[in-house]
Design a protein around this ligand. Structure first.
Ligand SMILES: NC(=O)c1ccc[n+]([C@@H]2O[C@H](COP(=O)([O-])OP(=O)(O)OC[C@H]3O[C@@H](n4cnc5c(N)ncnc54)[C@H](O)[C@@H]3O)[C@@H](O)[C@H]2O)c1
Length: 325
């Protein structure tokens, strides 16, 4: 395959499910030309129709990102059932196939034989590191993880995780690209399981689980700790800045509160659960299904995405006014 011109705006998106569609809409809004590929032609068709419909809904509700109308953005998204056609001319690939190591290895090996030497190969993988998927491939130095957070259209964080063999230029290009399309990248300096978000999320879930299991709080009240407490704060300032602001800097915070925090942890923190036990899971589910029966979850997900869209809009407007002020 011929070497691609660097001015290419074409992005190949491999897998047109939930995450592939989100990437397509984000890239289209930023003026790129996303091309979706899927092994399931019916799914590909649904993805093309679905992205057009979502963009139009976002426009009506005032949530459309980027420039141009919803129709103009949707016109930029194309699809194909041929992997080589999808990759042809693309400067960047965002792989979005299911989280299965053998499948990802197979897809990357196929792509390795089709792309030029400059094409960046990024995986949306939530748990697998690039070195588990592409080790030994000819273009392994161009491979990296760019992990989005669901729903990526409204939650902009992207965890960039290079393998030890990923070229530093690729790592910095992906970070710049993510900034260019309006996402918010962080770069891990080395591969690690769970990346960053899930490590923090699992620490949080562990404590929620333990508080529930010991009967301290109801499931609803545990979630309120985040929705009406920590979560409100963390939408704008993270835990480290919180420490900095809640005293006269982090050092002062530690002098004042570190011993108390150590005492709390020694007294209350439990062993890390090996697996979340089914008995507790059953009890929590019973509590939740009173207010949220399983058949209402799709509707509740739509509501969640809309709330995230509103928050994301507020944050974008706020950062624009800070820059202009
Ligand atoms: N869903 C999430 O919350 C979330 C968040 C962040 C990252 N991720 C990661 O993104 C990736 C995709 O997840 P998803 O939720 O979009 O999955 P999904 O099941 O919604 O979509 C996967 C798509 O890949 C297609 N596919 C299967 N084999 C293929 C192949 N060989 N070539 C091309 N397409 C193929 C399927 O037909 C399907 O359309 C996974 O690695 C997942 O871990 C998911």
């Amino acid at each position: 395959m011929a070497e691609k011109p660097s001015e290419s705006k074409k992005v190949a998106i491999i897998g047109s499910g939930l995450i592939g569609q989100n990437w397509a809409m984000i890239f289209a809004g930023a003026g790129y030309q996303p091309c979706l590929f899927d092994v399931d032609p019916g799914q590909l068709e649904r993805a093309l129709q679905g992205t057009r419909k979502h963009l139009s809904e976002y426009e009506t509700k005032g949530f459309l990102r980027g420039s141009g109308t919803a129709n103009e953005q949707a016109d930029k998204i194309t699809g194909t059932s041929s992997l080589s056609e999808c990759l042809d001319g693309a400067f960047y690939v965002q792989e979005c196939v299911p989280e299965n190591i053998d499948l990802k290895k197979k897809v990357f090996a196929e792509m390795d034989g089709l792309v030029g030497d400059k094409t960046i190969l990024a995986s949306s993988s939530s748990c697998l590191c690039a070195s588990m998927i592409v080790d030994g491939l000819k273009h392994q130095h161009n491979a990296i993880v760019a992990h989005p957070i669901n729903p990526p259209y409204f939650v902009p964080l992207v965890e960039i995780v290079p393998a030890p063999f990923t070229s530093p230029e690729v790592t910095s290009s992906v970070r710049k690209l993510m900034e260019d399309i309006g996402q918010s990248p962080i770069t891990l300096r080395q591969e690690c399981l769970g990346f960053a978000l899930n490590r923090i999320q699992y620490a949080c879930i562990n404590e929620c689980w333990n508080m529930y299991k010991t009967g301290l709080l109801s499931a609803e009240d545990i979630d309120k700790v985040c929705t009406d407490g920590l979560g409100l704060r963390y939408a704008f300032i993270g835990p480290l800045e919180t420490m900095h602001l809640n005293a006269n800097g982090i050092k002062d915070y530690c002098e004042r509160y570190a011993q108390g925090a150590v005492n709390v942890q020694k007294e209350t923190f439990q062993q890390i659960p090996v697996l979340y036990d089914t008995e507790t899971a059953q009890k929590i589910q019973e509590e939740w299904t009173n207010s949220l029966p399983l058949d209402t979850l799709p509707e509740r997900r739509v509501w969640r995405d809309e709330m995230l869209a509103k928050l994301s809009k507020l944050k974008i407007e706020d950062s624009k006014s800070e820059k202009s002020g």
